[in-house]
Design a protein around this ligand. Structure first.
Ligand code: ADP
Ligand code: ADP
Length: 222
């Protein structure tokens, strides 16, 4: 089954910026799919269209057969996202942030179980997020992305600013998710991180798809 698909996806900002240019992507269920490209390549914009945070200028995106723009609610029910920048309520505790995310999704996850999965201490969960270190913030955002055990987990630059433990955790979570037949869409500008965990990789440059292949296939082409 197809987990994520974009067809002729194009996004312009104003007259000058062509952020995504006629992008065709097919991500299959159960794979860890790397979305690799330098800053400004159009990775976040593509994700923004998949989540319907922005509307495409042309083309379409879908998740598990549901159109991102027409069936946004259905898409959001199946997707968990670790956004670049986290989008947390800084003044609330980690626990409150998680409880809110669970309620919003109509899920029934156990907060302590989620904290455990991302290695966040229970004591930390009862403190406001604005006192968290970068690593703790990242772990909390990851826990939120896992709420409702989403069929598609989107990670946007999940390792930026993380220490080696955090990087390893992101990898383990991605692998664990895929091992249960679920899909991970792993966006990054760092080749080594995509290489370490992804089954297939799309390379994006200035909005255009440059290559899609397995890591082994890409190595051969280089
Ligand atoms: P990436 O995630 O790969 O770093 P982005 O999707 O953030 O790339 O950006 C792609 C291009 O679109 C860049 O040139 C960026 O400056 C531009 N861009 C992104 N968002 C906006 C916006 N809201 N308004 C204008 N330009 C934007
Ligand atoms: P990323 O490259 O990971 O997308 P950025 O720091 O470039 O992150 O972008 C952060 C936010 O600013 C995003 O919401 C993006 O859409 C917006 N943005 C990026 N470039 C521009 C731009 N040239 N004009 C307006 N908004 C922009």
């Amino acid at each position: 089954p197809v987990a994520v698909r974009t067809t002729g996806l194009t996004k312009r900002y104003g007259d000058d910026v062509l952020a995504v240019d006629d992008l065709d992507l097919t991500v299959y269920a159960g794979e860890i799919f790397g979305f690799l490209g330098p800053n400004g390549a159009g990775k976040s914009t593509t994700i923004d269209v998949i989540m319907d945070y922005v509307r495409p200028s042309a083309g379409s995106a879908s998740v598990l057969g549901r159109d991102a723009q027409e069936e946004t609610r259905a898409v959001h029910e199946r997707v968990g996202i670790l956004p670049d920048g986290y989008g947390l309520y800084e003044r609330l505790t980690g626990r409150k942030n998680l409880e809110y995310a669970i309620a919003l999704k109509g899920a029934d996850d156990d907060v302590d179980d989620l904290l455990d999965r991302v290695g966040l201490e229970v004591a930390a969960a009862d403190r406001p997020v604005d006192g968290y270190s970068k690593g703790m913030t990242q772990r909390l955002a990851l826990a939120i992305a896992l709420v409702g055990d989403p069929d598609v987990l989107i990670l946007d630059e999940p390792s930026s600013g993380l220490d080696p433990n955090g990087v390893r955790l992101v990898r383990e979570i991605a692998r664990g998710h895929a091992d249960r037949g679920k899909t991970v869409f792993f966006s990054s500008h760092i080749l080594s991180q995509v290489e370490a965990v992804c089954d297939r990789v799309a390379i994006l440059d200035r909005g255009r798809l440059v290559a899609v292949d397995t890591i082994a296939g890409l190595r051969e082409a280089l």
